[in-house]
Design a protein around this ligand. Sequence first.
Ligand SMILES: NC(=O)c1ccc[n+]([C@@H]2O[C@H](COP(=O)([O-])OP(=O)(O)OC[C@H]3O[C@@H](n4cnc5c(N)ncnc54)[C@H](OP(=O)(O)O)[C@@H]3O)[C@@H](O)[C@H]2O)c1
Length: 228
Amino acid sequence: MSRKTIVVTGANKGIGMEICKQLAKLDHDVVLTARNRNKGLQAVNEIGSNVSFVELDVSNKESIEKFADRMKKRSDSIDVLINNAGIGVGKAGLSDANVSEIKEIMETNFYGPMQLNALLLPLLLKSAEGRIINMSSGMGAYDDLEGGYAGYRLSKAGLNAQTILLANEIKGTGVKVNAMCPGWVRTDMGGAEADRPVSKGAETAVWLATVKKIPNAKFLRDKKVIPW
Ligand SMILES: NC(=O)c1ccc[n+]([C@@H]2O[C@H](COP(=O)([O-])OP(=O)(O)OC[C@H]3O[C@@H](n4cnc5c(N)ncnc54)[C@H](OP(=O)(O)O)[C@@H]3O)[C@@H](O)[C@H]2O)c1
């Protein structure tokens, strides 16, 4: 397997950090990003080799632009971008819509990946097999919009729509765009009751990032395509 340059957002803890750990172990060049410099550096130190830190707050336009500039100076190309950073605050449903909270979630989970994908696309297009992996959730799937958690569900449904739209727009370029659900994972977001360890939550992302043959414009869980 050739060494790939892989960017992971929101990777100072949880699923993102675990993805970095597994990819570094496979000898890839991993760019671990986090909005908090100290936490990011701590995660990099813990992982050890094959990983470096660059600061990135995906809810902040200037931070995204600065990051894209740094990446252009650092590398000729990026092989994989994993949009993992996410927040899940707020149980309120649409009947009790807290619009400012929904907007806040959208900034991170929806507009963040949108801006980052657009700004890093020139570098991804220079890769022989560029890939974008959007960390979504089954809670954003159309047949699972059960009510409650409106901001989170809408942000992930929107991220899924972005996945299809971008994949279609750049079809034929070689860059593949997919969304995935990690399952219910024991992290700060998933909580202690979740049924999956973080290693399992990271598995499909690592697979999508590294195996030779992957689908395009699909939604996956456990390496299998699932309904949008
Ligand atoms: N856990 C689950 O059961 C589950 C299920 C389905 C989908 N997911 C998705 O998986 C992804 C990772 O979740 P997780 O369970 O690992 O959650 P987590 O433990 O809460 O970690 C979330 C990560 O995202 C970072 N982040 C949040 N806002 C950010 C911003 N504006 N800029 C940069 N980084 C930011 C956090 O940084 P700070 O430490 O600075 O806050 C943290 O590193 C999320 O997209 C989530 O929606 C999780």
